[in-house]
Design a protein around this ligand. Structure first.
Ligand code: GLU
Length: 494
């Protein structure tokens, strides 16, 4: 039975890079009908925070990931919070002490730093020189009675560790280059290496899928697995995700945390789809797919060895596709809080004209890559246009004025203005003024919306209704002062 785990440290918000590791573990478990485990690596009490763990769980769930074992669901190999497993690490450390494969090290942080500095100066690797491994009984006694604090170090065997990484192929490390590493810190907490190896052993993890930044940790974990008398799991080190400048992806590259994408109104399935494209592609090269579409063909071995590059524009493009194809009701519901926050719609849900709102959102959603953009997209329906200098000039021209005049005269005879009626009115204006194409519709579009582009005019007028259209057109008729054009716009709620 395949058993994989995502093992984040709750020291900050979940980002694209981390979430991607969770996704590929989850996908691998799904592909092999295995178990996906969430383990929280919170042994560093100063940096770990419960609020980040809660956010992380929320973000992973939002993305659609579920796990069979974890801090919030439990399971037979718990607890799944490392901070609650101290007794387990302590017991294994005792066992290792008895087996004489670990030892107490009394070197102080200052001494270690000084030795590292000298090693660097003399061109030697700044590894621990294993000096406390060789303490005589007399020295040990002296240290013990001195009350000095100590760490516990693992006696790294002098051997070459070889393993076959599922993505990177054969990897080998000469352990003589690695000094004895700490398994228990001076405050009694386990080191990252020790906690990972103990937990992966006890939790029966079969595959460790993690970032290639952990590749150099793997030999340390393998020697610990050997000491724990456990066949090491299989490893797959995923390449990392970079920004366009080839440095490790960060906020600087415009990538948000998962919760920020959530807040901005990205659809989780779009974000999930995009993250699966980082370092992997389905055989049919299709870019838009669901997990179900790929689950039977996903092979971890097909993942790229090269780093992937995060591309916000591509994410926006993909996300736009999802928004266009989503259920209109869903996008409308998602839009409500954004529109309420700017006062476009009432905060009292009962007062919202949902039919009209749905029509509006449906008209503009083709232009959105995340739902929060609804605010900019719909403002033409709630505010009178603020017209630029350039457009003022355009609307003042004789041609524009004759179009606007004819159009408003026709509107004054109407009680309602559906898309069909509008098309008839436009034909009539065209006949009367002999003005066609852009010359005909652009003055109307700009007078109604203040923009040269946007949703189809017949959709716009249908939403605005005859009264608002007339009012907006008349703002630009018989104008004597240019200032009037850019006068204050008014805003109303539906
Ligand atoms: N806590 C480690 C991290 O967040 C996980 C390492 C691992 O997957 O073994 O990078």
């Amino acid at each position: 039975m395949v058993r994989v785990r995502f093992a984040p440290s709750p020291t900050g918000l979940l980002h694209i890079g981390n979430a991607r590791m969770a996704i590929f573990n989850w996908l691998f478990a799904k592909r092999h009908n295995g178990v996906f485990i969430l383990r929280i690596e919170d042994t560093d009490a100063t940096r770990s925070d419960k609020k980040y763990m809660d956010r992380l769980i929320e973000d992973l769930h939002w993305l659609g990931l579920t796990w069979q074992e974890g801090p919030d669901v439990d399971g037979q190999y718990g607890p799944y919070l490392q901070s609650e497993r101290s007794h387990i690490y302590r017991d294994f450390c005792q066992k290792f002490l008895k087996e004489d494969i670990v030892y107490r090290c009394y070197c102080t942080p200052e001494e270690l730093e000084e030795r590292r500095r000298i090693a660097r100066l003399t061109g030697r690797p700044p590894r621990y020189d294993n000096r406390c491994r060789e303490l005589t009984d007399k020295q040990k006694k002296a240290f013990e009675t001195s009350g000095l604090s100590f760490t516990i170090r693992f006696k790294v065997p002098d051997e070459v560790v070889i393993f076959d990484d599922l993505i990177r192929g054969a990897c080998q490390f000469d352990m003589s280059l690695i000094g004895d590493f700490v398994i228990i810190r001076s405050d009694g907490t386990p080191s990252f290496h020790f906690a990972v190896a103990v937990d992966d052993t006890l939790m029966n993890i079969t595959h460790i899928i993690r970032g290639e930044d952990h590749l150099s940790n793997t030999p340390c974990h393998i020697v610990l697995f050997n000491a724990l008398k456990r066949k090491p799991p299989q490893f797959a080190h995923l390449s990392l995700t970079m920004g366009a400048d080839r440095t490790l992806l960060s906020k600087r590259h415009g990538a948000f945390s998962i919760s920020e994408y959530h807040k901005s109104g990205y659809l989780p399935e779009a974000l999930l789809n995009y993250m699966m494209l980082l370092g992997w592609a389905p055989k049919n090269k299709k870019e838009k797919f669901t997990v179900e579409d790929i689950i039977n063909t996903f092979e971890i071995r097909d993942m790229s060895k090269a780093s992937s590059v995060f591309d916000q524009q591509k994410l926006d493009w993909l996300s736009g596709q999802y928004i266009r194809e989503a259920d209109p009701e869903r996008i409308t519901n998602m839009s409500i809080p954004y529109l309420q926050s700017v006062g476009f719609i009432s905060t009292d849900e009962n007062k919202i004209d949902r039919t009209k709102l749905k029509l509006i959102v449906d008209t503009v959603r083709t232009n959105m890559s995340c739902v929060s953009q609804v605010v900019q997209e719909v403002d033409i329906f709630f505010k009178d246009a603020v017209v630029s200098e350039k457009h003022v000039e355009f609307l003042s021209s004789e041609i524009s004025q004759s179009v606007l005049l004819s159009f408003s005269a026709k509107l004054s005879k109407l009680d309602t203005l559906s898309s069909e009626v509008f098309k008839e009115v436009l034909t009539a204006v065209q006949k009367e003024t002999k003005i066609n194409g852009k010359g005909l519709y652009m003055p109307i579009r700009i007078a109604l919306t203040g923009r040269e582009r946007g949703p189809e005019l017949y959709c716009i007028v249908n939403i605005l209704g005859v009264h608002t259209c007339r009012k907006r057109i008349e703002r630009f008729l018989l104008v004597k002062s240019r200032q009037l054009f850019s006068s204050e716009s008014t805003q109303k709620t539906i």
